[in-house]
Design a protein around this ligand. Structure first.
Ligand SMILES: Cc1ncc(COP(=O)(O)O)c(C=O)c1O
Length: 442
């Protein structure tokens, strides 16, 4: 089927130039393992795991079968006041996967909902303890926490915020950790930058007073803004300051969860345990929307035990929280990660991936390459072009050469499915290298 056989007008595509896309559409019609297939018969290598979510590769039979079976058995079960076995099983498995002390799971659907849920749980927790004055939420510049009003408020990507006046008023932001002068072409965690966490105490707590602050939310590795790896000691410093002043620390692991950094969660990779972890994407291998928040035991106990018996303990939830089909997808996905030891595979492959991406250092206009686990970014200078133009040009040139990359501004982000082989990595880097050169001479 060609893209012109059907009308493109009605659908409003998110986070896309609809005019540019509809003039020159890019259509996927199928996928298998490391590849997509286009409507014009091309096989496209997926270097971004869809949108950072297809960690086990596309159309894995065990997940597809589990979804089919579930649909034939229990299509939907009310999310409130009723239960079905799979949601309890998946929650238990996630707790087993999570760092010690995080013992309860709240389900939502999208990453944005998970973030808003975590922020609301933080506010509710403090209020339930008699500290309802703790309402300030702290995010970070350049952060991406989805598109809900909570998420854009604590988020720090200006384009995502600027059109929406009524974002939450009681927020503040840590500085981001990106610094080309100090850390360009760093492999893994930068050594420089731990002091940036001190801003939490020196400026933010000093300004708002700790007694007014509910929580700090960060992506352990900032993903969507272009893979900013935390400086050594930075996350621990945040943890220490949060502990000192009674602030909850939330790790938004919607990208980093499920093996991307070589462990189930980046919390494990960096050895820092937050009070809540948000997850989504990889939990179902991208097949069915599912997200959630894993919370520390004390948070759950406080909210549940402080509510009078028979009274709802948290006035929050979604029609599709714990959806049976999403649960089936999650169970099959978690089993696959375990059976194929995919997170261990990341740890083994990461050094090869790191060497490969850093060969792009000398390509024209490349001003930084950074990486951890199976995620990396190649940052380009905008040069004389408008911000983002070179990045988009490279994205298109890669696609012409049958490679899907993710672009954010002038940064190319790579996050292949965890089943990638060395030869896939070679292909990704080769094609990207050609595209960067082509874009330079255009
Ligand atoms: C860290 C982080 N938080 C939240 C989100 C939002 O997830 P969703 O698009 O499913 O709402 C994303 C999406 O990429 C993300 O990377």
């Amino acid at each position: 089927m060609s893209a012109r056989d059907y009308d493109l007008d009605a659908y409003w595509i998110p986070f896309t130039s609809n005019r540019a896309f509809k003039e020159s559409p890019r259509m996927f019609v199928a996928a298998k393992d490391m590849h997509y297939f286009t409507d014009d018969g091309r096989k496209v290598l997926d270097s971004s795991a869809g949108l950072w979510c297809v960690n086990a590769g596309h159309c894995r039979p065990s997940i597809v079968e589990a979804i089919k079976r579930q649909l034939e058995t229990l299509d939907y079960s009310p999310a409130f006041q009723m239960g079905h076995p799979a949601e309890f099983r998946v929650a238990t498995q996630l707790v087993d996967f999570a760092p010690k002390g995080l013992e309860h799971v709240f389900f939502a659907n999208s990453g944005s909902e998970a973030v808003d849920s975590a922020l609301k749980i933080a506010l509710a927790y403090h209020r339930s303890r008699g500290e309802g004055h703790r309402t300030v939420l702290i995010g970070r510049e350049r952060a991406y926490h989805g598109v809900g009003f909570g998420g854009i408020s604590v988020g720090g990507m200006p384009a995502n915020r600027k059109m929406y006046g009524s974002i939450l008023p009681r927020v503040d932001h840590l500085p981001h950790t990106h610094n080309l002068e100090k850390n360009a072409f760093c492999r893994g965690q930068p050594v420089w930058g731990v002091h940036l966490a001190n801003e939490l105490e020196d400026r933010i707590i000093a300004l708002h007073d700790a007694s007014n602050i509910a929580a700090v939310i960060v992506e352990p590795v900032a993903g969507s803004t272009g893979v900013l790896v935390p400086p050594k000691g930075y996350l621990q410093r945040l943890r220490d300051i949060c502990d000192k002043y009674g602030l909850l620390l939330i790790f938004d692991e919607i990208i980093t969860g499920f093996g991307r950094t070589g462990q189930t969660f980046a919390a494990d990779t960096f050895g820092v345990v937050p009070d809540m972890i948000t997850f989504a994407k990889g939990v179902t291998n991208g097949t069915i929307p599912l997200s959630g928040v894993i919370v520390r035991k004390e948070i759950y106990d406080t909210l549940v035990n402080n509510a009078p018996p028979s009274v709802i303990d948290l006035f929050h939830g979604y029609t599709y929280s714990g959806h049976p089909v999403a649960m089936a997808a999650a169970e099959a996905t978690l089993a696959l990660y375990h059976d194929e030891q995919l997170f261990e595979r990341v740890r083994n492959l990461a050094p090869y991936f790191e060497d490969a991406v850093h060969t792009l250092k000398d390509s024209p206009n490349v001003i930084d390459v950074r990486n951890i686990g199976l995620m990396a970014a190649v940052e380009m200078s905008a040069g004389q072009k408008p911000f983002g133009a070179r990045g988009f040009d490279i994205f298109l040139r890669c696609f012409e050469r049958n490679l899907l990359v993710r672009v954010t501004g002038d940064t190319i982000a790579l996050s292949p499915p965890l089943i990638a082989s060395r030869s896939h990595i070679d292909q990704i880097v080769d094609i990207l290298s050609f595209a960067i050169k082509d874009a330079n001479s255009a």
